[in-house]
Design a protein around this ligand. Structure first.
Ligand SMILES: [Zn+2]
Length: 260
């Protein structure tokens, strides 16, 4: 329900004209982060708002959904966002609007901006302009420059798959770690995986849980299938690595934890 709470908050800020010029949406709900950025972008430029909600059918709403709106830029890179992408973004923000009142930029997986890109983005945040808004969506806000985070309003929330039940401590740990900061994950790996036997036991339990998450994700036809598959695959690979090499168990567990 947290997504709805944040939507209400942002909607009211928009209707009162009290939006921040930049937001960081963080936590593990990547789909929800994008949904929130998309809906707010629609609301800001909708040609016929209905009761504070975007109509979803006007040319502007559709353009934003289809990512063809001339005033809305989406940056979606999975490996690395280079400085060139942020330079283009600054250029976009420097032009006047084509057809709408708001210039919008959404950066997915904002943590994959390299350091030059982050510095360029910081410059953009230091010169905010009227009627322009930037959304940074990320699972790893701790990989963003502190100076970026301090210039944006951060909204953080987590979702937990309902299938994550069970009494096993390892399963409980997995559930908790899915919503935790990287530092907490590394601390966990250091404590929990002292020996290869520990790491094997943890991974075997996690894989059982992860398989049931994946099955549920498939039956829900959720958009997170690829992500959940990747997590399971990393668990399998690391289990094999621990059993066949002399890798440090902590490193193998960390490898899984960064994928969560
Ligand atoms: Zn509309």
């Amino acid at each position: 329900m947290r997504y709805e709470t944040h939507w209400e908050f942002l909607k009211n800020s928009a209707l009162l004209g009290k939006l921040s010029h930049a937001y960081v949406f963080s936590g593990n709900d990547e789909t929800g982060q994008l949904r929130l950025a998309l809906k707010l972008s629609q609301l800001l430029n909708c040609e016929s708002r209905k009761g504070g909600e975007p109509c979803q059918v006007c040319a502007s709403c559709r353009g934003i959904t289809e990512r063809t709106h001339p005033d809305a830029v989406w940056i979606a890179e999975t490996r690395e966002i280079p400085i060139g992408a942020i330079r283009e973004l600054r250029h976009h923000f420097s032009l006047s609007s084509w057809q709408s009142s708001f210039k919008i930029a959404v950066i997915e997986k904002a943590h994959v901006m390299n350091i030059e890109a982050q510095s360029a983005l910081l410059k953009l945040l230091e010169e905010p302009r009227q009627n322009a808004i930037l959304f940074l969506c990320t699972k790893h806000p701790d990989l963003l420059l502190d100076t970026i985070r301090s210039r944006a309003q951060e909204i953080r929330w987590y979702v937990f798959p309902a299938v994550l039940k069970g009494n096993s401590k390892n399963v409980e740990d997995l559930k908790r770690l899915k919503g935790s900061l990287l530092q907490e994950r590394f601390d966990y790996a250091k404590k929990a995986a002292e020996t290869p036997e520990d790491a094997v036991r943890i991974l075997e339990e996690w894989m059982r849980t992860q398989r049931s998450i994946l099955l549920k994700t498939v039956s829900d036809s959720s958009e997170n299938i690829m992500q959940e598959e990747r997590v399971l695959k990393t668990m399998q690979e690391m289990l094999q690595v621990i059993q066949t090499t002399n890798v440090t168990p902590r490193l193998a567990i960390e490898q899984v934890l960064v994928e969560l």
